[in-house]
Design a protein around this ligand. Structure first.
Ligand code: IPM
Ligand code: MG
Length: 368
C-alpha cells in the first residue's frame, strides 16, 4: 500500500517558519514510528499571487482534492492589502474550504496547565479548560449571494447575505453531536434567533436533529452575544459549541485567547468521506500570518504542530500518536520553554521557533 499523502501549503508571513517545524515532526514520525507520508508542497495566498497572479492555482486546487490531507500555515499580509478583492490571499483559503466542501471546522480551546497563569483571565476560570467549537465553514455570510458593493443613487452600498439551508445546518449539527458523544455529551448551539431568520432556522434544525437522532446528548441554545459573554465569564460550562461561519470566527478567537495565546490553537476542517473512507480534510492553526514578526524566528510553532496532531487523529486514525505529540508539547511547556507570545512581563528570554521545535522533538524521543 502506498503511503498516505499530505499537501503542505505554508503560505505567507510566519506560515513557512512554523511549517518548517511541522515538517521536522512529520519526519520524526516517519523515522521513529514508521508513519511515512508522501509529502508535497505548494503555494497559497500572497506568495501564490506573487508567483502566479492568483492566490490559488487550479493545479494546486486539484492536488488538494486528491491528497489525504492538506496542512496549511497562514495567508495574508499588508503587502497584499491593496490587491483586488478577488485575488486577495484570503480568497485562496476560502476557495479551498468551499471547493473541498469542508463544512465542519473543529477549533479546540484547551488550556495547558503550564499556561493557566498566562491567560488574561483568572487562573481558576481557565485551568483545565477543554472546549470544542465547531464552526460551520462553507456557507453563511462568508459565501451568501447577493454580495458586493453597488451604487444606489449617490452612494455606495456594501452587501453580504447570511444564508443557510436546512441541510447545511443539519450536517454541521450532526458533526457537533457526534463530537459531543466522544467528549462530555453536551452541545450548546449559538445563533441570533432573536434578530435573524437564519438564526431561527438554525435553532429549529439543530433541535430537530437532536430530537430525532441524538436525544442522549444534552442540548442548549444561546444567543451568540450572550455566548461570548458566557465564554469569558465561565468558559468551563461548555463542552461542544456549534455555531455559524461568522459567529464561529469571532467566538473561536475569543476562546483561543482564554487559553493564553492564539499561538497555541490548532484547527481541523472536515468534509464528507472520500472513497478511501477518510474525510476531506484541511488542518491549519487558528492564528494568522502575523506579518509583524514574520521571518524573525519569534513565531510559536505549537498551533501548527497541534494541527498535525489533529490530522493524525481525524484523518489517519492515529489517536495514540496524536496524544503522544500533544503530551510532548505539554511536557515542553511544563519544562518552561516559551516562545515570545507566551512570555509576560517577567523579562525571561524566549526560545526561537526552531528551538521550540527541537525541544518538542526531544520530548518525543523521551516518549519512546
Ligand atoms: C480564520 C481566519 C479566516 C476566516 C480568514 C483568514 C479568511 O480568520 O480562519 O478564522 O475569516 O475564516
Ligand atoms: Mg478568524
Amino acid at each position: 500500500m502506498s503511503n498516505p499523502s499530505l499537501l503542505i501549503l505554508p503560505g505567507d508571513g510566519i506560515g513557512p517558519e512554523v511549517m518548517a517545524e511541522v515538517r521536522r515532526v512529520i519526519d520524526w514520525f516517519g523515522d521513529k514510528r514508521g508513519l511515512k507520508f508522501d509529502v508535497s508542497e505548494d503555494l497559497v495566498g500572497g506568495c501564490a499571487y506573487d508567483a502566479h497572479g492568483t492566490p490559488l492555482t487550479d493545479e494546486t486546487m486539484a492536488k488538494a482534492q486528491e491528497v489525504d490531507a492538506v496542512l496549511l500555515g497562514a495567508v495574508g499580509g499588508p503587502k497584499y492589502d491593496k490587491l483586488d478583492f478577488s485575488v486577495k490571499p484570503e480568497r485562496g483559503l476560502l476557495r479551498l474550504r468551499k471547493e473541498m466542501d469542508l463544512y465542519a471546522n473543529l477549533r479546540p480551546a484547551q488550556c495547558f496547565d503550564a499556561l493557566a497563569d498566562f491567560s488574561s483571565l483568572k487562573k481558576d476560570v481557565v485551568a483545565g479548560l477543554d472546549i470544542m467549537i465547531i464552526r460551520e465553514l462553507t456557507s453563511g455570510v462568508y459565501f451568501g449571494e447577493p454580495r458586493g458593493i453597488i451604487k444606489e443613487g449617490n452612494e455606495r452600498v456594501g452587501i453580504n447575505t447570511q444564508r443557510y439551508t436546512e441541510s447545511e445546518i443539519a450536517r454541521v449539527a450532526r458533526s457537533a453531536f457526534e463530537m459531543a458523544r466522544k467528549r462530555n455529551n453536551k452541545v450548546c448551539s449559538m445563533e441570533k434567533a432573536n434578530v435573524m431568520e437564519s438564526g431561527i432556522l438554525w435553532r429549529d434544525v439543530v433541535q430537530e436533529i437532536h430530537d430525532a437522532e441524538y436525544p442522549d446528548v444534552e442540548l442548549s441554545h444561546m444567543y451568540a452575544d450572550a455566548g461570548a459573554m458566557q465564554l469569558t465569564r465561565w468558559p468551563k460550562q461548555f463542552d461542544v459549541i456549534v455555531t455559524d461561519n461568522l459567529f464561529g470566527d469571532l467566538l473561536s478567537d475569543l476562546a483561543a485567547m482564554l487559553t493564553g495565546s492564539l499561538g497555541m490553537l490548532p484547527s481541523a476542517s472536515l468534509g464528507a468521506p472520500m472513497a478511501n473512507g477518510r474525510p476531506k480534510a484541511l488542518y491549519e492553526p487558528v492564528h494568522g500570518s502575523a506579518p509583524d514578526i514574520a521571518g524573525q524566528g519569534k513565531a510559536n510553532p505549537i498551533a501548527c504542530i497541534l494541527s498535525f496532531a489533529m490530522a493524525l487523529r481525524y484523518s489517519f486514525d492515529k489517536g495514540d500518536e496524536a496524544t503522544r505529540l500533544e503530551q510532548a508539547i505539554e511536557a515542553v511547556l511544563a519544562k518552561g520553554y516559551r516562545t515570545a507570545d507566551l512570555l509576560g512581563e517577567e523579562g525571561k528570554q524566549p526560545v526561537s521557533t526552531s528551538e521550540m521545535g527541537t525541544a518538542i522533538l526531544e520530548a518525543l524521543d523521551e516518549s519512546l
